[in-house]
Write a protein that binds this ligand. Structure first.
Ligand SMILES: [Zn+2]
Length: 239
């Protein structure tokens, strides 16, 4: 693995990847503690979320490819927020699923969170075309490995997508529908009234025994997700 292009990138490669199930791993990116995931088949790797800059994205790609010895062939974006999307240009040749959102808004948010304006504009200008998921899409990665991308509509963001990896245990990448390291963030583009129902659906998809991977923070279980669902329902005054 190339580790010497910059000390910053070094942190996103091998050492910080956490194995969640056979062929499934994730890392927590420095800065905003956003999760990036990786799921391997025998033909390629699907990466979940791209980090907040092309450099972070490149680190995720190197880490995922180093971990499994296979190219990244697919990227799934859980939602159009800058810390999950602005690294998407670092995966040339991969099919990008989901939505990247509005480049202006991504830029504005990135700058508000401290990204230099030039770097934010550059990253937003290089975003690849993404294939929105309408309902559900199944992706085969070879060797019988199948991954389900399920669109849950608007809740934390206007377009929340979850990534379901069947297996033992099953792994669910939740995006920011679930956060462990802080209160779930409800910005101006959130649909709080629909959030608890999205989590009900998430729990239905993953079941009791799945490993749930939040968009920010440590891996959690179904019980944590249910408690967060109930706390959000109380916070937003919905049932
Ligand atoms: Zn978000």
């Amino acid at each position: 693995m190339e580790l010497h292009e910059g000390g910053h990138d070094e942190q996103h490669t091998g050492a910080h990847w956490e194995r969640l199930a056979p062929g499934v791993a994730r890392c927590r990116l420095p800065g905003w503690d956003a999760t990036a995931g990786a799921v391997a088949g025998t033909a390629g790797v699907l990466v979940v979320d791209a980090g907040g800059s092309p450099a972070e994205g490149a680190g995720v790609r190197r880490g995922a490819e180093g971990l499994f010895g296979l190219p990244v062939t697919h990227v799934a974006l859980t939602h159009p927020h800058f810390d999950h999307v602005l690294g998407a240009s670092a995966f040339p040749g991969a099919v990008v699923h989901g939505t990247t959102g509005d480049a202006e808004e991504l830029c504005r948010d990135a700058v508000a969170y401290g990204v230099p304006a030039g770097a934010a504009r550059d990253a937003a200008g290089r975003l690849p075309a993404a294939r929105p998921v309408d309902g559900e899409r199944e992706i085969g990665l070879g060797g019988g490995r199948r991954v389900r991308l399920v669109a849950l509509g608007a809740a934390h963001s206007p377009d929340d997508l979850v990534v379901l990896v069947p297996g033992d245990p099953a792994v669910v990448f939740c995006g920011d529908l679930v956060e462990e390291s802080g209160e779930p963030q409800a910005g101006p583009d959130a649909s709080p009234g629909r959030w608890p129902a999205a989590l009900d659906r998430l729990l239905e998809l993953g079941g009791e025994d799945a490993v749930y991977v939040p968009g920010h923070g440590a891996v959690v279980d179904a019980r944590f997700v249910r408690e967060q669902r109930n706390a959000l329902a109380r916070r937003f005054g919905v049932s």
